[in-house]
Ligand binder design. Structure first.
Ligand code: S3P
Length: 429
């Protein structure tokens, strides 16, 4: 249990952990590059570390020196083969399991991908079906869940694949497998999701009639991945909301990743009238960055439609907290994917709002919050369900309680933001 005492003031300049999505990809793509990549500022959060551990288990030369990770890439040709299946523990990380399945399925390595209890309950059929259509011999359990077993030796068939779910993990999985076909595999996206894979692999993308057509084949040269990984926008979102709903806040966040397919929560908070300034923007980088300056503000209600969901999917728990303090009715539609995250995040959000005496309704794939700028509630116990984003959202919500609150299983924050409570101490100290 972690006890949260509502702070008087929030003021500090923070350097956030490296972006989780980019960290996973930088490590995997560096392993596929032909020579050495030096990844600076690599996240020490548990999820990206799971990816590194899996690469090490496959005998990829990975050296870790503080937050610098040096990877000696094996290209496409020099991966070791294994007579016995190698067990790869993806921990809690869906990105590790889904992206590695595409990459290792394309390579045709003899592996078994396993995960913790939460990951083993998450849907994998969404990647198993298309990978099997591509000729990858990959099997899950009877319900299409982990453990996932890849067996080498099947002929590879490129594919044209309209994404049935707007998921960057699914898109990336197919594209990574596609890198091993002589003819291009094409993924068609009608609702844009985060595009780190396309950017970091410099894949050809055509935009036509509101759709994105992305191709990958063995002709693609895998770029060197050396460079500094930007701060995690999803981590920034917690302080963007904290600074907005706290009456006395002045927060600076340095070098935050501002890839436009990730910053939905910034647009939404600005629609809510939040006072968030971008400074020192580097917009023309492969992965754009900038500093954020956040100050207290009375928020307005907002509506979030299904087209916007992929761009703020991980930020919805903390956006729900913002909505609780916006005078009027806020609504979120088409967010059913939240049910299959690290936990059923819609159910967890409902629990959190109930504990904080917030007036709301929830249905299968969305919710409505009737917020009040002066909302106040009795100190309570928030259940995190061992989900990092729920634990952190509840901690920020607890800032507005009348008295102390408790968060269950607070150690789960290590999945994406191990220094969350250190940064909390800097802000409130
Ligand atoms: C991620 C994509 C999203 C997101 C997850 C990270 C990625 O998942 O929720 O935290 O790095 O590609 P989906 O693509 O399954 O929605």
């Amino acid at each position: 249990m972690k006890t949260i005492t509502p702070p008087q003031r929030l003021a500090a300049t923070l350097q956030l952990p490296a972006d989780k999505s980019i960290s996973h990809r930088a490590a995997m793509f560096a392993a596929l590059h032909e020579s050495q990549s030096v990844l600076e500022g690599f996240s020490d959060a548990a999820d990206p570390q799971s990816t590194l551990q899996c690469l090490k288990a496959l005998n990829v030369p990975v050296e870790q020196n503080g937050d610098t990770v040096i990877i000696q890439g094996l290209g496409r040709e020099q991966w070791p083969t294994f007579s016995e299946p190698v067990t790869l523990d993806c921990g809690n990380s869906g990105t590790t399991m889904r992206l590695l399945s595409g990459l290792l399925g394309g390579l045709g390595l003899n592996v078994c991908l396993i995960g913790d209890e939460s990951l083993s309950a998450r849907p994998m059929k969404r990647i198993l079906d298309p990978l099997q259509q591509m000729g990858v011999d990959i099997q899950g359990d009877e319900q299409g869940r982990a453990p996932l077993r890849i067996t080498p030796g099947s002929p590879f068939k490129p594919m044209r694949y309209p994404l049935p779910i707007p998921s960057a993990q699914l898109k990336s999985c197919i594209l990574l497998a596609g890198l091993f076909g002589a003819d291009p595999t094409e993924v068609i996206e009608s609702v844009p999701s985060r595009d780190h894979t396309e950017r970091m692999l410099e894949l050809p993308v055509v935009e036509k009639n509101g759709r994105r057509y992305i191709k990958a084949s063995s002709a693609e040269v895998i770029p060197n991945q050396s460079g500094r990984i930007p701060g995690d926008f999803s981590a920034a979102a917690f302080w963007m909301v904290a600074g907005s709903i706290h009456p006395d806040a002045d927060i600076h966040l340095q070098q935050v990743g501002l890839n436009p397919t990730r910053t939905g929560a910034l647009d939404i908070l600005r629609r809510m009238d939040a006072q968030i300034q971008i400074e020192n923007e580097v917009a023309d980088a492969k992965e754009p960055t900038g500093d954020l300056h956040i100050q207290s503000r009375q928020l307005q209600p907002v509506e979030i439609g299904s087209q916007e969901i992929p761009n703020c999917i991980d930020e919805l728990p903390i956006l729900a907290v913002a909505m609780a303090f916006a005078d009027g009715v806020s609504r979120v539609e088409g967010a059913g994917e939240l049910r299959v995250k690290e936990t059923d995040r819609l159910a967890a959000i409902a629990d959190m709002l109930t504990a904080a005496e917030v007036d709301f309704d929830m249905w299968e794939d969305g919710f409505e919050i009737r917020g009040k700028s002066n909302h106040i509630f009795e100190g309570t116990v928030f259940k995190s369900y061992g989900d990092h984003r729920i634990a952190m959202a509840a901690a920020i919500l607890a800032m507005r309680a009348q008295s102390e609150c408790q968060i269950t299983q607070p150690e789960c924050i290590r999945i994406s933001y191990p220094t969350f409570f250190d940064d909390w101490a800097k802000l409130t100290g």
